[in-house]
Design a protein around this ligand. Structure first.
Ligand code: FES
Length: 354
């Protein structure tokens, strides 16, 4: 078990709380003027910008979901793509540009895919149904069949990281942002995924000229990039309509916090709403993601909160609350109606350590 060590500086703020914790830094990230302009137009609900974004990225997001789900899941991938674009329309007005728009969209697609796979596993359905894919392949055999089969045989986690790295050509830092992992964890997962892909390809009679050769894996995976996936009909216009509807919403949102009905500022944190309305929610570290005393249980509307940041995830993991139903009130921002209960419904600060 990790040792909690609260270092309190002269001004009394806690600078670090976990011994051995790796400093998590935001990825170095720069965008061009075109992307900044597109982001601003999307935030205003501009229909032309929605179409532009959709045309530029929907096929790549779709491909990412398809690969993450594995072969034979085309219909499910279409559903997840639709959910992703609707969630994206809700989240875009609050996107602050901490990553590229594509990385931001992939992070939403990743969460939707993980949630879909978990729900399906809970329902006890088979994780992989190859039948439809096999029928399609007999009719239309794709190039580099052994590699495609090998990729399909990997775990979803391995497929996902390989696709982001070699098909989407994301940096390790961008992948870390999509998957909410540290860069070190991404690098380890990539190494394991390359090894697994090489092994699976050789087992299927494929040729890998050298074991675990990154250049060869990269070149051959890029060859799979041309496979076309059918796009759901009308999704572009539904995305534009939702974006415009979200942009025109009033900037207050009704929420229920510890049983009390109140209004929160759209895009503001749950903690800010609690403080403003006099609801007692403990916040010992002052929103520094250090104490987790502001933990709340989400009883309804979890999708109406901004996605968990890496900092929030790390904080909750160290406090053994990794359920997606538990959030930090100081980090979770309100996008729509939501109901939450505080875990420690007390105001004030914890006693300082000597
Ligand atoms: S107030 Fe400390 S983590 Fe939210």
């Amino acid at each position: 078990m990790r040792l909690m060590v609260a270092n309190i500086s002269e001004d009394g703020s806690r600078s670090r709380m976990l011994q051995g914790e790796r400093k998590l830094s935001a990825p170095d990230y720069q965008v061009g003027d075109d992307e900044i302009s597109l982001r601003e137009r999307l935030r205003r609900g501009d229909a032309a910008a929605a179409r532009e974004f959709y045309d530029a990225y929907s096929a790549r997001i779709h491909r990412f979901i398809l690969h993450a789900l594995g072969p034979g899941n085309n219909a499910d991938a279409e559903d997840i793509l639709q959910d992703t674009f609707m969630a994206l329309a809700e989240a875009l007005p609050f996107f602050r540009g901490q990553s590229s728009l594509f990385t931001f969209a992939c992070a939403i697609a990743h969460r939707k895919t993980v949630s879909f796979v978990r729900n399906r596993a809970r329902r006890g359905e088979l994780m992989r149904d190859h039948t439809a894919e096999v029928v399609r392949l007999i009719i239309e055999p794709p190039p580099d069949q052994d590699l495609k089969n090998a990729l399909g045989s990997l775990s979803s986690e391995h497929r996902e990281v390989l696709v982001l790295k070699y098909l989407e050509e994301m940096t390790v830092s961008e992948i870390a942002s999509v998957l909410s992992m540290s860069e070190h964890a991404v690098e380890s997962r990539l190494a394991r995924a390359r090894k697994a892909l090489t092994k699976a390809s050789i087992e299927r009679g494929g040729e890998m000229k050298s074991q675990n050769s990154e250049a060869e894996i990269s070149r051959r995976l890029k060859g799979l990039a041309h496979a076309k996936a059918r796009q759901p009909r009308d999704l572009a216009s539904r995305f534009a309509a939702r974006l415009s509807e979200v942009a025109s919403r009033p900037d207050v949102v009704p929420i229920r916090l510890c049983g009390e009905k109140l209004e929160a500022r759209a895009g503001g944190t749950l903690l800010a709403a609690a403080v403003k309305n006099g609801v007692r929610v403990m916040h010992a570290c002052g929103a520094q993601t250090l104490c987790a005393t502001c933990r709340v249980k989400v009883t309804d509307g979890a999708d109406n909160l901004t996605p968990m940041s890496l900092k929030e995830k790390v904080s909750l993991r160290y406090h053994l609350s990794m359920s997606s139903r538990v959030r930090l009130a100081c980090q979770a921002r309100v996008l729509g109606p939501v109901e939450v209960d505080a875990v420690f419904p007390l105001c004030g600060t914890l006693p300082r350590e000597n």
